[in-house]
Design a protein around this ligand. Sequence first.
Ligand SMILES: NC(=O)c1ccc[n+]([C@@H]2O[C@H](COP(=O)([O-])OP(=O)(O)OC[C@H]3O[C@@H](n4cnc5c(N)ncnc54)[C@H](OP(=O)(O)O)[C@@H]3O)[C@@H](O)[C@H]2O)c1
Length: 295
Amino acid sequence: MTKQTHILVTGATGELGRLVIKHLLQRSNTTTSHIIAGVRDLNIDVAKSLAQSGAELRVADYDKPETLDAAFTGVDKVLLISSNIMGDRRVQQHINAINAAKRAGVKLLAYTSILKADTTHMKLANDHRQTEKAIMDSGVPFVIFRNGWYTENYFGSLASTVEHGVQLGSSWEGRISAAPRSEYADAAAVVLLSTENQQGRIYELAGDEAFTLSEYAAELSRQSGKPVVYKNLAESEYKATLVGFGLPEPVAAILADSDAQASKGALFNDSRQISALIGHPTTPLAKVLPNVLAH
Ligand SMILES: NC(=O)c1ccc[n+]([C@@H]2O[C@H](COP(=O)([O-])OP(=O)(O)OC[C@H]3O[C@@H](n4cnc5c(N)ncnc54)[C@H](OP(=O)(O)O)[C@@H]3O)[C@@H](O)[C@H]2O)c1
């Protein structure tokens, strides 16, 4: 009888985690794979729906190493989805998961990092760089997904962008190789289910087609039928504007820095590694927008 490969995804109730579980279940069969959703709370609706879809639920809280030890028991492959807080605490959370993976003898630890983590000057990359180093130093076999921007990053502000007719940013004509979150998730699922040796591989994951924020505004204008222009601000001005919109200062600083770094190419990548993994082109912005504008 074939031994099932046990694959656990942490942060499985998050936006990306849910999609990775969905793609893992779609792409695998129960004879060869057993899919486990690592969650903080077994009783929330998202967790229950993951269980209904066929995943086993286990509690895996980065702040509670004992839960990670229990969750990783008997698991062959773990996808550590980066935590959604920033700074030293986040790095410690990831180290807790890396140490637990080592104690459990996990055969492959995958991690969702950031595009060009080793060379980028983006401040957001600091935690990811430290985490990658901790993974590499741990001796646990690893694979890294250096993820570019999700296309969805722009949709939280889309309604007000259309209403006011202005997209703000600091990325000048920097090109952004975004792809829908679901396609990053599918690429991760492909690698996790692969029977090829993935150990030591580093994937730079990004969309096939890049856009500038001027092109984004023009496409939004074309599809919404309302005039939308891109207005570039100096990084400090953009940060102050975001604070004025109610964002906490550290978050505004990180977002403005990310945008300013995008002007220098930090979010551009033309290696098309997502599409190579998932077997079809990534969905371009123009094809994603109609659905978003309809809601
Ligand atoms: N590439 C990009 O454009 C981009 C954009 C945004 C974020 N990110 C990064 O990618 C990650 C995944 O993206 P996402 O869209 O799925 O974000 P998300 O929806 O915010 O999901 C983050 C996940 O982290 C989990 N988490 C937080 N603290 C935890 C802890 N102490 N123990 C265990 N799990 C914990 C959350 O658990 P709960 O569900 O219990 O809250 C959630 O499931 C983010 O966390 C962030 O690091 C990337």
